[in-house]
Write a protein that binds this ligand. Structure first.
Ligand code: C2E
Ligand code: MG
Ligand code: MG
Ligand code: MG
Length: 291
């Protein structure tokens, strides 16, 4: 052991660092295998239209079905994917799976938009826009079925490059959403002249709704501002009926959150939607019986 004392007075052992390094190396190797071996799975979280209460689309969220550790969430492996230069590969895999699912829903008369997250390193693949267009064509989907979610940091890093890439994507007909809006340093006025369709308000603004009137006021005015720029507003992190009701009241377009459903496998989502329809019919029957 090689003990060192840091400036904060804590002892750190080099041994611990090395074993961490080993775990990391092993995970890196496992990740390489995972991509080749089809161990990534995609779960889907419904996005609700707040005017109708119905599902309008889904967000595709990647998980790693690890052979011994079970289902891993993005927070447990996405950084490694980034650092090992495999994000472009992951993006292609998630896009293929999500678009396969979109095609399946379309053939079952249940057309829904499917949103896929892109990180800035996804764009290392300079042919991504053409690749996406080809994937859509191959499945005879309408391009607007696909929504690409990008974060503010991507826009801020190199504005002109971002604009060029977004324009190429949007010329192909796909939709663009700004994810986790409000957590970066961009503002709606900054986004005004970029080719985007949708703003996803970060959950940190939505979670305190229902308890904190100032949080609610901030959300309400952001919705109005987005609408005045012709953008659709989606709220993330709706965890209770109070937040849901306030968002409806403020005219928010769509919402996602655990209050409705977390991300689940496609088959589970199909069941959830079917049950939701049964509840709708029950409501209707009750109204008719009452009247
Ligand atoms: P995100 O794109 O902002 O996705 C929303 C995250 O919030 C998801 O976490 C979802 O499970 C979670 N969430 C949904 N509703 C609620 C709620 O009501 N309350 C709370 N507290 N959380 C909620 P998840 O699936 O763990 O994904 C985390 C992040 O990982 C995503 O954030 C996204 O940035 C990234 N990610 C996921 N899949 C992909 C992918 O395929 N590619 C890339 N590049 N990034 C991905
Ligand atoms: Mg997202
Ligand atoms: Mg988000
Ligand atoms: Mg996020």
């Amino acid at each position: 052991y090689e003990a060192k004392t840091t400036h904060s007075g804590h002892h750190v052992f080099k041994q611990a660092d090395d074993s961490h390094g080993e775990v990391r190396l092993r995970t890196l190797e496992e990740l390489r295998v995972a991509l080749l071996d089809d161990q990534l799975v995609v779960h889907y979280q419904p996005k609700i239209n707040l005017k109708t209460g119905h599902v309008t689309g889904v967000e595709a969220l990647v998980r790693w079905n690890h052979p011994s550790r079970g289902l891993l969430l993005p927070e447990e492996f996405l950084i490694l994917v980034e650092e090992s230069g495999q994000m472009a590969a992951l993006t292609r895999i998630v896009l293929e799976k999500a678009l396969d699912q979109a095609q399946l829903w379309q053939t079952h008369d249940r057309a829904m938009t499917v949103a896929v997250n892109l990180s800035s390193s996804s764009f290392v693949d300079i042919d991504l826009p053409e690749r996406i267009a080809a994937m859509i064509d191959a499945r005879q989907l309408s391009a607007s079925t696909l929504i690409l979610e990008i974060t503010e940091d991507f826009l801020m890093a190199d504005r002109e490059r971002a604009r060029t890439i977004l324009t190429r994507l949007r010329e192909g007909g796909v939709q663009i959403a700004i994810d986790d809006f409000g957590t970066g340093y961009s503002s709606l006025s900054y986004l005004r002249d970029l080719p985007i369709d949708e703003i996803k308000l970060d959950q940190s603004f939505v979670l305190p709704m229902g308890q904190d009137p100032r949080a609610a006021a901030l959300v309400a005015s952001t919705i109005d501002l987005a609408h005045s720029l012709g953008l659709r507003m989606v709220a993330e992190g709706v965890e209770n009926s109070a937040a849901y009701d306030e968002l409806v009241r403020y005219g928010c377009d769509h919402a996602q959150g655990f209050f409705m459903s977390g991300p689940v496998p496609a088959a589970e989502l199909d069941n959830w939607i079917a049950n939701q329809r049964v509840e709708d019919i029950d409501d209707l029957v009750q109204v008719n019986n009452a009247g």
